[in-house]
Design a protein around this ligand. Structure first.
Ligand code: FES
Ligand code: MG
Length: 601
């Protein structure tokens, strides 16, 4: 069907029966009193009765940018182009703020606020006269928060990414968001640079407006929004300052109006096939370990069955083809010029790894969108036949330590592989002595304590860092070894924990462990000095003690009243702790999941 900007004829809309949702507010002759009240205040800044009462689609711009969230601040400007697109297509625009989330600025952790922003946006989309919405996304949690809310309410919704920052450079070398922090803090610990140089190096990675320019959680989640079919093709990777960013903002606004006329809703797009496409793309781009948390959350709110085990089943055998930090070399400017998500999907389609019939927001399928978008630079996006790494997706481990935890195989370095995974008698498995930390503060206090006798045969454990223990789940599992070991050339030890880690980290940690210690998971029973065995082939992670000893420790823990964690500091911390699910299950608010398709109830 033609997808022009004009309002379709009444016949095309089913004989004129269909009224837009906003008309219940603005043009409802059955209830003149309420209609007048709903209407009058929106006139006070210059809107006309004609705009509000003539049945034009009212399109929200869910604005995530503000001075508090610099990664998304650029959306304050982009919204002008969105508005012009909405108007050009015959819609009326209502822009409104979303609870700001700044990944690096929010204490105790930004992910505490993902569900808060979600709740707020659900109320706005449900309770105000909106027929469709443009979701402005960028910094890590803003993307899932917005899509989760659109999934719950189920009005036509389209994602507009803000785009990554331009490349950062330090002394002629690429310096990528986050990744440069993890590298430079090792140099700081080793005494190679001082505090001031450390800060200058890190600052060099942020040369312009936009979100992280590595394949961290921001670029991952915007890329996966596109892979889900929720944004126009090519949207995710366009750097924030490029002219194409303004252009796609305009096109996104236009398209939002047309989606309302077509009644193209999140539930039409967010199908099981779309989620499998997102998992496959995540492996191919070396995406963030935060992706399973957020994508599983979106699936739960739209009512599609998706488990953390699906990430291994669907995603593990997929090769890594995007040569972008932290799994690769380049940053998002090169990645965009090489073709971004459509080019990645184009390669994946050659191996039939994509559900090509999955519908996307432009009304066309994923296959139609990506078939004619070949890779422009094979040094940045490798050919699927000659990938950077085979079988590069996540693996999911379980055992007496936890029911599930995720490991990102695409960032296993040669150093790590040689030291831990190359025993010919016991390939892909390693054992070590556990060093246990209760939260990031405990780690910082004790990591360099010589009494712990940490050597290369140790594994570092972080517990008390999950959604309940450290409200929202802290990004702290990628623990640096003690400075003394780094000076000896040992840059990483196996790290395991019930918290998360930054998507910009190149550490092959075993993380997102569920249930967390604070929810009674096996990590709560672990003691420093225990031997632990990890077997990647079998997918197991176990403390090597008898079942009797394990049962005794559990009984002792229960006698002590369970695993202790700090008090809540704010009302929201307490409220979320009382109802949040575990990382493996998307860290959603459990009572929220049953509310689906709420715009139609
Ligand atoms: Fe906001 Fe990375 S800190 S995108
Ligand atoms: Mg992060």
């Amino acid at each position: 069907p033609a997808r022009g900007p004009q309002r379709p004829s009444k016949a095309a809309l089913g004989g004129g029966e269909r009224k837009l949702r906003s008309q219940l507010w603005f043009d409802n002759p059955d209830n003149p009193g309420m209609t007048a009240l709903y209407l009058e205040r929106y006139l006070n800044f210059g809107l006309t009765r004609e705009e509000l009462m003539s049945g034009k689609p009212i399109i929200g711009i869910a604005q995530t940018g503000s001075d508090l969230s610099p990664c998304n601040r650029h959306h304050l400007d982009l919204a002008k182009r969105v508005r012009e697109g909405i108007t050009a297509a015959g819609g009326v625009c209502f822009e409104f703020p979303v609870h700001p989330i700044q990944e690096t600025g929010k204490r105790p952790t930004a992910s505490l606020d993902r569900n808060l922003a979600y709740l707020g946006l659900v109320e706005l989309l449900y309770g105000y006269p909106l027929d469709g919405v443009v979701l402005t996304t960028g910094c890590d949690k803003t993307t899932p928060a917005c899509i989760m809310a659109a999934a719950t309410v189920n009005i036509p919704a389209i994602v507009l990414s803000g785009g990554p920052m331009l490349n950062g450079y330090w002394k002629g070398e690429l310096s990528g968001s986050g990744t440069i922090v993890w590298k430079s803090r090792e140099r700081l610990a080793a005494g190679e640079i001082d505090y001031n140089e450390f800060i200058d190096i890190v600052a060099s990675s942020a040369p312009s407006v936009g979100h992280c320019n590595t394949m961290g959680t921001a670029s991952t989640m915007n890329g996966l929004a596109e892979a889900l079919g929720m944004s126009l093709p090519g949207c995710a990777a366009i750097p924030a300052p490029y002219r194409e960013r303004g252009q796609i903002a305009y096109e996104t606004g236009k398209r939002a109006v047309q989606m309302v006329w077509e009644d193209l809703k999140p539930s039409d797009i967010l199908t099981r096939e779309a989620f499998e496409n997102a998992i496959v793309v995540n492996s191919a781009i070396g995406g963030s370990t935060n992706a399973p948390i957020h994508i599983n959350a979106i699936a739960r709110h739209i009512g599609v069955k998706l488990t953390v085990e699906d990430w291994e089943k669907v995603g593990h055998k997929v090769p890594l083809i995007a040569n972008v930090q932290p799994a690769g070399h380049y940053l998002c400017e090169e990645y965009h010029r090489a073709g971004g998500i459509p080019a990645v999907v184009n390669e994946l389609m050659k191996k039939r790894l994509i559900h090509e019939n999955a519908l996307t927001v432009n009304g066309r399928t994923m296959g139609e969108n990506c078939r004619n978008r070949p890779v422009q630079d094979h040094d940045v996006i490798y050919p699927i036949d000659k990938p950077m790494m085979k079988d590069a997706g996540f693996i999911v481990l379980k055992g007496n330590l936890f029911d599930n935890a995720v490991m990102k195989t695409s960032v296993i370095s040669d150093e790590f592989r040689n030291r831990y995974l190359s025993n010919p008698k016991d390939p892909e498995a390693f054992e070590g002595r556990a060093i246990v930390f209760d939260g990031p503060e405990d780690y910082h206090h004790r990591i360099d304590d010589p009494k712990l006798k940490i050597d290369e045969n140790c594994m570092l454990f972080m517990r008390g860092a999950g959604p309940i223990g450290y409200p929202g789940a802290a990004e702290v599992v990628n623990m640096q070894p003690p400075a003394a070991l780094i000076k000896k050339g040992i840059h990483s030890l196996p790290c395991i924990g019930d918290g998360r880690q930054s998507g910009t980290s190149g550490s092959p940690s075993i993380l997102n462990a569920s249930p967390e210690a604070a929810a009674g998971g096996g990590l709560a029973l672990l003691k420093t000095g225990d031997r632990v065995r990890i077997d990647l082939r079998k997918g197991t992670a176990d403390i090597l003690i008898s079942d009797e000893e394990l049962a005794k420790r559990r009984a002792d823990l229960q006698k002590r009243g369970g695993y202790k964690y700090p008090e809540s500091q704010t009302p929201w911390q307490e409220i979320q702790r009382s109802m949040v699910d575990q990382l493996g299950a998307g860290m959603v608010l459990k009572p929220a999941v049953k509310y689906q398709d709420v715009a139609h109830t």
